[in-house]
Design a protein around this ligand. Structure first.
Ligand SMILES: *Cc1c(COP(=O)(O)O)cnc(C)c1O
Length: 395
């Protein structure tokens, strides 16, 4: 059945469910772990909130609709969603995973799933031949995260899903950076979409949460079983906050993307900036592919100030962004991947991943773009002044 409403309308329609009983315009907080069964022989839809809760279910239904899937699942964190999804695999199974996958996903693969006999191969998923070569007879999943963190490399979701199907594998896509506003992997052949809803979907740096959406009933049934069995569900109040976040997801993201584009263009003209990584920029290696599979370059970009001292000087001389891990909020967030998200990598691994000691990642918020650019000009001025000083020997 064709969707009668456009995406912007569904963001509201799917999250505003007028309460039958009272007419309340918002989904109530059903803070109840258990549910009275009115009939001794026939139990109602809800019995215990790990297995199902009406507030959480409203969120799960909304994300399923927005991603174009058959069923949604809300988890206590992005990592809870991702870990639960990987437990669709069994001992002896193998997964193909991007080299520059999110650090927490790297950790669960290399320190937990490997102990359970679930193996993996890390590849550059932007290279389709490398993906093909990594597939083994026991490969069950090809995992995609696009654009990647922090250098925003773009993987072809349609092509990888096709390779996966040809090899009887599933495709999982971590869609945290784009959200269904800009990228809907299930429509491009993926089987399961994962989110750290902590980021754009919450949008206000106030919740840690994860979401998953299954593309077909078979995966949905197995994932529901695991969600209930493992129990890492999202709480009722956090589910409600995500329903609220979803309502403004598109307007927040469109504003942030517009500013990100302007800031990326501004930064790419600055002499102090060695490189800008943003898939909305002409000249970014994945920009054409990004335009084909996603509606924008997104709200996250990275830029290279050449060395740590310059990065530190920049951070110390800007006032608007929060300097923190995480991304996807109304406030701009500046982070330093070498000592934050990618601190666990060795220097060699960081170099191979393109994470130089001068790299900063910016998640653009909804402040005025002109104000942000003026703030960054002040940061770059300070970097410029630094350059006037003699370079220490040994550098
Ligand atoms: C933050 C993040 C995660 C992990 O989510 P949590 O909510 O922190 O557990 C997974 N993938 C990506 C791309 C992320 O940015």
């Amino acid at each position: 059945m064709a969707e009668p409403y456009n995406f912007s309308t569904r963001l509201i329609k799917d999250t505003v469910k007028v309460d039958e009983e009272t007419g309340a315009a918002n989904v109530p907080l059903y803070l109840s772990s258990t549910f009275h069964q009115r009939n001794f022989d026939q139990y109602g839809k809800y019995d215990y909130s790990r297995s199902g809760n009406p507030t959480r279910e409203a969120l799960e239904d909304a994300i399923a609709s927005l991603e174009g899937g058959v069923r949604g699942f809300a988890f206590a964190s992005g990592m809870a969603a991702i870990s639960t999804a990987f437990l669709l695999l069994s001992s002896g199974d193998h997964a193909v995973v991007p080299k520059n996958v999110y650090g927490g996903t790297f950790r669960i693969l290399t320190q937990v799933l490997n102990r359970l006999g679930i193996s993996h191969t890390f590849v550059d998923t932007t290279d389709l031949n490398a993906v093909r070569r990594a597939i083994l007879p026991n490969t069950k999943v090809i995992y995609v995260e696009t654009p990647s963190n922090p250098t925003l490399r773009v993987t072809d979701i349609r092509a990888v899903s096709k390779i996966a199907r040809e090899n009887e594998c599933l495709t999982f896509v971590d869609n945290t950076f784009m959200t269904p506003v800009f990228q809907r992997p299930l429509e491009m052949g993926a089987d399961l979409v994962l989110h750290s809803a902590t980021k754009f979907i919450s949008g206000h740096s106030d919740v840690v949460a994860g979401l998953a959406v299954a593309g077909n009933e078979a995966i949905a049934d197995r994932l529901y079983f695991l969600q209930n069995a493992l129990g890492s569900i999202l709480g009722v109040q956090d589910s409600w906050l995500l329903l609220r976040g979803l309502k403004t997801l598109e307007v927040r993201m469109r504003k942030s993307v517009q500013s990100a584009q302007k800031i990326a263009e501004f930064l790419s003209k600055q002499k102090e900036v060695a490189a800008v990584y943003y898939p909305g920029l002409q000249g970014h290696p994945g920009s054409d592919l990004q335009a084909r599979q996603a509606g924008s370059g997104g709200a996250v970009l990275s830029f290279d100030l050449k060395d740590e001292e310059r990065a530190r000087t920049f951070v110390n001389n800007v006032t608007l962004p929060v300097f923190a891990v995480s991304l996807g909020a109304v406030e701009s967030i500046l982070s330093y991947p070498p000592k934050m998200s990618h601190a666990e990598l060795s220097e060699k691994e960081r170099r191979e991943a393109g994470i130089s000691s001068g790299l900063l990642r910016l998640s653009v918020g909804i402040e005025d773009a002109g104000d942000l650019i003026r703030d960054f000009e002040a940061g770059l001025d300070a970097v410029r002044r630094l350059k006037d000083q003699p370079v220490r020997s040994g550098e």
